[in-house]
Design a protein around this ligand. Structure first.
Ligand SMILES: N[C@@H](CCC(=O)N[C@@H](CS)C(=O)NCC(=O)O)C(=O)O
Length: 219
């Protein structure tokens, strides 16, 4: 198994957590430096034409991309321990919570968006930061709205075992930390993220624990 990732990539963080929960250790981890734009070089474009991390090759392939699809693949090939509940309603809820982060919130703060704002729209750093913080806040508020209201919420986002929703909550809170967004007002999100990060599978996957990461968070 070959895993293309980068310490700072939150989508790679999501897959790293799923790999850890399932006890899968990739044979090779290939670092693609997003801060140097290596994702846009020809060699990586061949791996993932969308030029995004993560990507995963299991055996002879084909190459898999998109963190949610990769996590679903890991769930299907390594069902135990599960990261999705068994019942269809529960599965739909967990997937939907995961997508608040992976589809609606996180994509608005990724390097390609930040770089477009800087180089094409000529937005200064204050405007770019305002954009990012706004959309992180919207994502956290949406997640909090669901988690604080729903009877299915337990120790974790769905009951008392971590699922794909928790993986995405943890990534969302970590991303908030990257941009100094205070998560304290989102009390349920924070409680769940803290419970997640107390688990070894989550803690080991944290961006700042990866090779090449700096000692502290920064832009
Ligand atoms: N929806 C994708 C998002 C992938 C994504 O945006 N990855 C970021 C890193 S977290 C990336 O590779 N960005 C490169 C860029 O924006 O140029 C997923 O969940 O895998």
């Amino acid at each position: 198994m070959k895993f293309y990732s980068f310490w700072r990539s939150l989508a790679s963080f999501r897959v790293r957590i799923a790999l850890n929960i399932k006890g899968i250790v990739p044979d090779e981890v290939i670092d693609i430096d997003l801060m140097k734009g290596v994702q846009r070089e020809a060699a990586y474009k061949k791996v993932n034409p969308q030029m995004l991390l993560p990507a995963l090759i299991d055996g002879d392939g084909p190459i898999m991309f998109q963190s949610i699809a990769i996590m679903e693949y890991l769930e299907e090939t390594h069902p135990s321990p599960p990261i999705l509940p068994k019942d269809p309603h529960g599965r739909a809820r967990v997937r939907a919570l995961a997508l608040i982060n992976a589809a609606d919130s996180h994509p608005l703060m990724v390097p390609r968006v930040r770089e477009f704002m800087e180089h094409e729209l000529k937005l200064d750093e204050a405007a770019r930061t305002k954009w990012i913080r706004h959309w992180i806040g919207e994502g956290l508020a949406a997640m909090e709205g669901h988690l604080s209201r729903d009877k299915e919420t337990g120790k974790y986002a769905h009951g008392d075992a971590a699922t794909m929703a928790d993986i995405c909550v943890a990534a969302q809170v970590c991303g908030a930390g990257f941009f100094n967004v205070d998560v304290a007002p989102y009390t349920t999100v924070k409680r769940i993220a803290d419970a997640c990060m107390a688990q070894d599978a989550f803690a080991r996957a944290h961006p700042l624990k990866q090779p090449g990461a700096p000692a502290t968070l920064g832009h």
